[in-house]
Design a binder for this molecule. Structure first.
Ligand SMILES: O=C(O)C(=O)C[C@H](O)C(=O)CO
Length: 271
């Protein structure tokens, strides 16, 4: 399992394309019949992926967390990116369709995923137990934002957040751009008190997002393909423009769960 170490913001400008990708891009998460993990040192986030074509995969604790089970000291979100999956948590089954999210609370001893589809996994350390809950795409809080003139008409769905599915630490949602819109999160922002990860999906084989990262006055781009994610430490902006419409799963962990706790960046101040 790969660890993405923390990076000092002053070092950001010195990284070449390869180093930027090594430090901030999470790729290779999805492979048929296996669960793959990456670990972001910032806020100790585990990012995982699996692809199933029938059969069952157990979600076990990677050795790095030295735990008896994945959720012994952690909470988990299972995001169905496509297909139909069943997640069994200690004997209770939850059926997930595309863009449904299952929050799995700390203390759950066994988690098994079966069915046919692709799932993205995000896990953060948890100081408290919260109930396992299913968020359905068409039932969670949704806000329509953006304009055609700015090519950013999009629906932001919040699943795990202070006024939705309760968690100890995680905040998670999915944003879907309307056909013809390509910009996400512009004007952009930072979250000084949290790490945020964007996982892009729905781009197809040859679609790409040019993701902007870094301190607002020294941004760099990372070109991202379908099923890849970018880790944004608290000092980094996170925004992007795609070659077509797409969705992205945004997940955060850190000091608080207040969605609105962000530092807006004036577009004209971006460098
Ligand atoms: O398109 C957007 O704007 C977003 O989805 C922004 C995310 O919700 C986000 O960055 C949360 O911090």
């Amino acid at each position: 399992m790969r660890t993405l170490p923390s990076t000092h913001p002053d070092d950001f400008a010195r990284l070449d394309t390869t180093a930027l990708r090594d430090r901030f891009l999470v790729d290779g998460l999805f492979a048929a019949g296996e669960v793959r993990w990456a670990h972001a040192d910032d806020d100790r986030l585990l990012l995982g992926g699996l692809v199933l074509d029938g059969g069952t995969l157990p979600l076990e604790a990677p050795s790095l967390v030295a735990a008896d089970s994945l959720c012994q000291r952690r909470e988990l979100a299972v995001v169905c990116l496509g297909g139909r999956l069943t997640v069994d948590c200690d004997g209770t089954g939850y059926d997930l369709d595309e863009l449904d999210v299952l929050y799995v609370g700390r203390g759950t001893a066994s988690v098994n995923v079966s069915g046919t589809g692709r799932a993205y996994l995000v896990s953060a350390p948890a100081h408290a137990e919260r109930p396992t809950s299913l968020g359905r795409r068409d039932e969670v809080f949704a806000a329509d934002l953006g304009s055609r003139e700015e090519a950013n008409v999009r629906t932001i769905r919040r699943y795990v957040h202070a006024d939705g599915i309760a968690s100890a630490n995680l905040v998670l949602g999915i944003t879907t751009l309307a056909p013809g819109s390509v910009w996400n999160t512009m004007p952009c922002h930072t979250h000084g008190r949290r790490t945020e990860v964007y996982l892009y999906t729905g781009l197809g084989e040859d679609g790409r997002v040019v993701h902007l990262a870094g301190p607002p006055d020294a941004t760099r781009s990372i070109v991202v393909a379908d099923g890849e994610a970018v880790v944004s430490p608290g000092w980094s902006v996170h925004t992007g423009v795609g070659t077509r419409a797409y969705s992205f799963v945004w997940a955060m962990a850190g000091e608080n769960q207040d969605y609105a706790d962000m530092q807006p960046v004036d577009v004209t101040a971006l460098r």
